[in-house]
Design a protein around this ligand. Sequence first.
Ligand SMILES: *Cc1c(COP(=O)(O)O)cnc(C)c1O
Ligand SMILES: [Zn+2]
Length: 393
Amino acid sequence: MHATGLKCVFCQATYSLEPLYECAACTGLLEVVYDRTQADDPRALLPISKQDRIHLGEGETSLLSAPRLAKRLGIKELLLKCEFMNPTGSFKDRPVAIGISKAVEFGFQKVIAASSGNGAASVSAYAARAGLEAIILVPESTPIEKVRQTLAYGAKVIRVKGPYSNCFSLAKQLGESQNIFNLTTTLLNPYTVEGNKAVAHELYEQMKGFVPDVIYVPIGAGPLLIGIYRGYEEARHFHEGTKLPRMAGIQATGNNPIATAFTLGESVVRSEPNPQTIAGGIADGLVGYEKDGTYTLQIVNQSNGFVLDVSDARILEAQILLAEEEGVFVEPSAAAGIAGLMKSLEEHRISENDSVVVVLTGHGLKDMGNVRVASEVPTIENGMEQLLGVVGK
Ligand SMILES: *Cc1c(COP(=O)(O)O)cnc(C)c1O
Ligand SMILES: [Zn+2]
C-alpha cells in the first residue's frame, strides 16, 4: 500500500484515492502518489494492500536468455521477459489484477473496458474471479481467438466498427453515464498502470540488481513502458546508485503517432485516425486521448530512449525468427519488440555491447491468422511407406 493520493502528471494538482480518470483542473493524466518513507521494498508500493488483491497467479514471469537469437542479430546479451506467460496470455493481467481489486474495494458491481483483445480477456477473467460483471468493447478487427477467450470467461462482448479509438470513447461515455468502473488499460485509469511496475521490480531481482542498458517495449498508449520506467525509478529510490534503463518504444508503421512525434522532435503527440497494422495490441490511434502519447514520449525522452516503428512484414518475420531460434512463439504486437531491436541495430541507435531486454507482451496462440507458416501440412495414409515418402530416408 502506502498510496496517499492521486496527482496530475502535468499540473501536479492532487486528489484523494477515488475512482477518478482525469485532472479536474487541466484534464491531465493522474498517477498514484506514495509515501515511500513508510515502505521498505518497491514492491510494497501499490494502491491496494496485499490481502485485498484479486489474483490468478499473474507475474513472476520467466526471464530467458536468448543466445541463438542474440548471435543472429549480432549482439552480446539478449534477455526475453516472457509476459505472454501470464494467466490469460498477456501482460495485461498485471494492470487488470490491480484494477479489478480497486473495483471491488470501491464497491463497483460492473466494470467496462475498451480493448483490442488482450485487455478484454484479462478484464473478463479477473471480473469472473471477483464475481463482477464485465462489459467489453472490441474493434471489429479483433482476432477471433481473443474474442472467444473473452467470451469464455463470461463477459458481455460487443464489437464496434472502426478503429480502437471508437471503443475507447464509447466505453468512457457508458462508464461515466452509468457509473461503471472503467478498466480500459490506457492511462485512463490511474490504478491499472501501477500493476506494470512489477515487471521492473522482477527484472531488478532476476538480474540481481544489474540494470539493462535498453528495454524494448511495444507501445500502444504506453502504460507498460511507463510502468516499467516508474518501477526502476522506485528500485533506485530503495537501492542507491541504481541506474535507469533507456526505454525503446516500438510502434507499427501503419500506426506510429508517438514514433512520428519522436522523429520530428515534437513534444506533443497527434492521433492517428486510421491505424493500419496486423499488430492489433498496438493499433491504438489515441484519438481523444493524445495526452497518453505525449506523456509516454516525455518518459521515453527522459530515459534518453527512442521510439521507432516497424512494418508488418518485419513484425511477421521477427515472429518466426524468434520461434525458430528460441522456441518462443508470441503474437505480432509482441514480435514488434524484436523487429524494433533489429531495426535499431541497423540504425545504430544502440551498441552491440549493450545489454538488452525485450518485453514479450502476448502469446502467439492469441492471433494465429497472419502467422507465416505453410498453409497446409502433408496428409498421408496410415502407413510407414507413405511416411518415409514424406520425411525421407
Ligand atoms: C496492450 C498491448 C501492448 C501495448 O501496451 P500499452 O501498455 O497499451 O502501450 C503491446 N502488446 C500487446 C500484446 C498488448 O496486448
Ligand atoms: Zn492537471
